[in-house]
Design a binder for this molecule. Structure first.
Ligand code: GLN
Length: 199
């Protein structure tokens, strides 16, 4: 049997329990991350969807921005969905001036980029590295407008980039935790395993 991992779920705001449920369904232990000391000993961390400006404010109030940034840029594998993706990005467009992000992946994202008609929708996506199409739920989703040279684009909707990876950091515009399709979480777990065999 493959080894159980300890996956942190950032739990300051947003869709926390859904990620806990998926990771536990996949056989992994989870820990809610609310304070800096909760980062200790994690194999990976998930940043959920929610509201990135609120998440940023709460992380700043709890003094967690820098410790989280240090942990992830120092090699802790991270997976951000929707607002979590916004939190991990280097550059964020259409956000509050005082919103901070963690600068963990070389992308520029635009918040709420799908406009009113497509505010929320569900679709099936081809995802590089995953065999079967992935069920994807989009809710007031951001999109990736620019990617750096070291970033791999993993999925697109029309021409909009909605999933990407740079080394040990994975981001999706959509919410795989809201479906019964756990392939993207399994993909992340695989990234975590690769990172742990590298050290
Ligand atoms: N629109 C939200 C934001 O900008 C993200 C929405 C979501 O996470 N479902 O943070």
């Amino acid at each position: 049997m493959s080894q159980q991992l300890l996956i942190g779920i950032l739990a300051v705001q947003g869709g926390v329990t859904e990620h806990v449920r998926v990771m536990e369904n996949l056989g992994h232990a989870t820990r809610l991350v609310r304070r800096t000391e909760h980062l200790e000993g994690l194999d990976g961390i998930v940043l959920p969807g929610g509201e990135s400006t609120t998440m940023s404010r709460l992380l700043r109030l709890s003094g967690m921005i820098q410790p989280l940034r240090d942990a992830i840029t120092g090699g802790l594998p991270a997976f951000g969905t929707c607002a979590g993706m916004i939190m991990l990005a280097d550059n964020v467009l259409d956000t509050r001036e005082d919103a901070e992000s963690l600068g963990a992946i070389d992308v520029t994202v635009r918040r709420n980029a799908f406009g009113r008609q497509k505010d929320s929708f569900e679709t099936s996506l081809d995802f590089t590295g995953i065999d079967r199409p992935v069920d994807a739920v989009f809710i007031r989703a951001p999109q990736i407008e620019e990617v750096g040279a070291d970033v791999q684009v993993l999925a697109q909707v029309d021409s909009a980039v909605v999933a990407a990876r740079q080394d040990h950091v994975l981001v999706t515009s959509f919410h795989p935790e809201l479906t019964e399709d756990h392939q993207v979480h399994e993909y992340f777990v695989q990234m975590v395993r690769e990172a742990s065999t590298r050290v």
